[in-house]
Design a binder for this molecule. Sequence first.
Ligand code: ARG
Length: 275
Amino acid sequence: MSKYGKVLSLVLIAALAFAVIGLAGCGTTTEKPATTEEKPAVDLKLVTAGQLTAGSDTSFPPFESMNGDVAEGFDVDLLNAMAKEMGIAKTVFKTEIFDTLIPTLKAGGKFDVIASGMTIKPERALEIDFSDPYFDSNQSLAMKTGGKYAAPADMSGKKVGVQSGTTGESWATENLKPAGATLVPFKDAVQAFSALQAGNVDAVVNDLPVTAEMVKDTTKGLAMIAQIPTGEQYGFAISKDNPELKAAINDALAKVKASGEYGTIYKKWFGVDPE
Ligand code: ARG
């Protein structure tokens, strides 16, 4: 072997050794638990350090409602699971009137995220950012059991309850008002359904999964009379000043979906597997 050949083989051996060490190195990295690799919690801008504070109209079961002073529901469990994924120990839900959620988030300082069954809408996205969609929804019309509704004209001369500032209100404004209905706005969905039960309104237009929950107890004498396909998707809302949080939320949502935890939470609140 020439001198040149010897040098070349030494170089090759060294390169091989490097490759082996390199590979071994990779092996250890992947074995590390994911949490030690990413620590976004440290870098994230949060209203209160160490917790994810959510603004929510907590009168919207099964997405969010108050059980004593504890918020519960699909959104609560999902956001909790996502916070864990983000390395944040806990979430705190602050109750706000739905109408005020976007301006309050925009103003800053009160909560980090809106978790309130909020439909992703282009007009809203001008004010705040939305996460990737986390739930598919539609509208519905509820009346007293036995009520009839086939077309908007059936609401002519009738009082229709809606929740202020919602997509249900928008749909009713566009479709039922021109047909001669009087819209009655309520602060939250629970109040709209109480008014329906009391006979103060003739119908309620509201998000389908929530209406399904509200009419479940048949002793109330209420029923979902029509499904209204609007093809809505819920998203978490984040301030446009906090793109890092938005990225972390989307990342956590994807992980919670992939791990199967999303499916477990869905089944807990809706009794079926997600589609
Ligand atoms: N999805 C509808 C909307 O975004 C209604 C949401 C109401 N949410 C609530 N927590 N009250 O307008």
